[in-house]
Ligand binder design. Structure first.
Ligand code: DX5
Ligand code: ZN
Length: 225
């Protein structure tokens, strides 16, 4: 079956005073990406489970929670329990085997995601990733929206795509950071399935138009299968 791109606008670039309206503006998206930051794993603080639960109640699209927090084993299952579709923890933040948290997330009914920073290699996590449903390749240093895309990470995307295409892994490859009209084609060609875009969607005059344009660009650039 041909793959189709999933577009996940990041609420980090939305107006936090109007989160319900901001999710309504991206009703055409596939997932809404929610960046949870704890001022420890990254030098920024955003929101936590009570606010994510409120977003979950009003969002027209499933939640994709990106946990940039320490001690994810302790905190991540709550996001699955509140109904998020996908919950991603950072490999660098896990204190034990990340497969334990994957099991907890799946048991709570969510997809389990593993994220790696731009400088973190993929290779040590290949076997662990057999227990995950999504791999989030960060294409900026986590912490802030509006940064420039780090194209070097595409080699990790290509390797992950190869591992999926050969059947070694069964997961969606997600990319986060600096995705816009100038960068999405390279990411799609490299093998990304899920495209997070914050400033490119919420910085546009009409987020729905931006989502449609990004989706069309990505679909055109998908390798023929
Ligand atoms: C950064 C966050 C991203 C951010 C992306 O740490 O994980 O999700 O919102 O924003 P843009 O698309 O503007 O780079
Ligand atoms: Zn993110």
């Amino acid at each position: 079956m041909p793959r189709s791109p999933l577009i996940a606008p990041s609420l980090l670039s939305a107006d936090f005073a109007r989160l319900a309206e901001e999710t309504a503006r991206i009703a055409d998206a596939d997932w809404v990406h929610v960046d949870v930051m704890d001022a420890h794993f990254v030098p920024n603080l955003t929101l936590g489970a009570p606010v994510v639960e409120a977003i979950q109640r009003v969002s027209p699209v499933p939640l994709d929670c990106h946990l940039m927090i320490t001690d994810p084993e302790r905190w991540a299952p709550a996001y699955a329990e509140l109904g998020a579709r996908n919950v991603t923890v950072h490999a660098e933040a896990c204190t034990g085997d990340p497969r334990a948290v994957a099991r907890d997330l799946r048991a709570a009914g969510a997809l389990a995601g593993l994220a790696i920073r731009p400088g973190t290699p993929l290779e040590p996590y290949v076997e662990v990733l057999r227990d995950f449903d999504t791999l989030l390749v960060m294409s900026v240093e986590p912490g802030f929206g509006g940064q420039s895309f780090i194209a070097d990470v595409l080699s990790k995307v290509r390797e992950a795509r190869r591992l999926v295409d050969t059947g070694h892994l069964e997961l969606l490859v997600e990319i986060d950071g600096g995705i816009n009209a100038d960068t999405i084609e390279a990411a799609a060609e490299a093998g990304v399935d899920v495209f997070v875009a914050g400033s490119a969607v919420y910085g546009a005059d009409d987020p729905a138009v931006a989502i449609a344009a990004l989706r069309a660009q990505a679909a055109r650039s998908f390798p023929a299968s």
